[in-house]
Ligand binder design. Structure first.
Ligand code: BGC
Length: 370
């Protein structure tokens, strides 16, 4: 009796202590997935879905800008049909959910934004594409500086917000075609160290699985989805996963003049591609990714590669860009990796929205005529 009474006193005290660390408190709402000593070999249905991906392109700088249009690109109504006719069969759709959700741990997604994403996903699915819907540029999650047009949230709710957003996205799209895939988060880095990211991805997958038991989910390693970080990726026990890496090597070529690249690369100009050393650099991550995929029997997807076109008035060499694009695309295919070009109509664009025409050298490098 006495023991029970002291427990009755202790419990509210414990609860009060826990509530001083609200972030930890909220994370406990989202349990981990089942752990696995090694990745689970992909199911037959996941491998079959992966085999259907075909040529792919990122609808980049559109819905992952702080607001659609802020970076000069929008998902135009004619894009799904135009991209399909060009020969692409899957689209990766980057989305900055975090800028369209409430600042609290519930991260309630703005209904109008959800409707906009829904309309794009629906049009792409109706066109016949496989669509990979992701979460992109949640700057605070990585500990990055915010973009203009973004807001900061209480550090304690940063990680719970990702999980709360995934709960809503998963519920919203639960009944959709199995041609819709989810990708938990683009390029985790910085504050997302391997232990932090493995923990968060595991919780996010469990949230998604609550409503989408067999949907293909994509998870990649830390350090901006670097193949070198695959060894630190701990995938939960789940047979419907696809792994992803990004490859922008040789970086001095792909990111010359790119202001966001930082350091000396941002000021480089006139770097051509691709000599023997550059070819070695661009295939190395793909070799690592291929080995990891073979070892674990998990399909591997090159979710981004591409070469920046340069600022207005100072274009980077198109012959080199096309050669780089062809080399990475064919090297990925030779290694059994699916690939998705970064991106459709912006700085890396395979399509020129002003001329309303494909940049033929890039398109040919991606989707050679039959
Ligand atoms: C980022 C883009 C960037 C691209 C190339 C992507 O992952 O989301 O903002 O343009 O990488 O650097």
């Amino acid at each position: 009796m006495r023991a029970l009474r002291s427990l009755a006193v202790a419990l509210p005290l414990l609860a009060a202590c826990a509530s001083t660390t609200p972030g930890a408190d909220r994370l406990a709402e989202f349990p981990l997935s089942e752990r696995a000593a090694a990745p689970t070999p992909a199911s037959r249905s996941t491998r079959a879905a992966f085999a259907q991906l075909g040529p792919g392109i990122n609808f980049g700088n559109m819905l992952e800008a702080p607001t659609e249009g802020a970076w000069g690109s929008r998902v135009q109504d004619n894009y799904p049909a135009m991209v399909w006719q060009a020969g692409f069969r899957h689209v990766r759709l980057p989305v900055r959910w975090s800028a369209h959700a409430s600042r609290d741990a519930n991260a309630t997604i703005d209904a109008a934004f959800m409707a906009r994403v829904d309309s794009v996903v629906t049009r792409l699915l109706d066109q016949g594409f496989i669509v990979v819907l992701n979460m992109h540029h949640y700057r605070q999650l990585d500990g990055d500086r915010l973009d203009s047009g973004e807001f900061a949230v209480d550090p304690d709710v940063v990680r719970p917000r990702l999980l709360a957003m995934w709960r809503q996205i998963a519920v919203h799209f639960a009944g959709r075609s199995d041609r819709l895939w989810f990708e938990i988060y683009n390029e985790p880095h910085g504050a997302q160290t391997a232990p932090a990211w493995n923990d968060l991805a595991s919780r996010a997958l469990r949230v998604v699985r609550g409503t989408n038991p067999e949907r293909v989910v994509v998870i990649g390693p830390v350090r901006w989805n670097s193949a070198d970080a695959l060894a630190e990726l701990a995938l939960p026990a789940d047979a419907h996963l696809v792994a992803t890496v990004h490859d922008y090597q040789p970086f001095r070529f792909t990111h010359q003049q790119a202001s966001w690249a930082g350091g000396e690369v941002a000021h480089m100009h006139g770097v051509l591609c691709c000599d023997v050393e550059q070819r070695r650099q661009l295939t190395r991550p793909l070799d690592i990714a291929q080995r990891w995929a073979a070892e674990h029997d998990v399909p591997m997807w090159l979710g981004e590669f591409g070469a920046y076109g340069g600022p207005a008035g100072s274009p980077n060499d198109m012959t080199s860009r096309a050669e780089y694009t062809r080399l990475v695309r064919t090297a990925a295919e030779e290694r059994g990796l699916a690939w998705t070009y970064w991106e459709l109509d912006s700085g890396f664009g395979a399509y020129d929205p002003r001329a309303q025409a494909w940049r033929e050298p890039l398109l040919k490098a991606l989707v050679p005529a039959p």
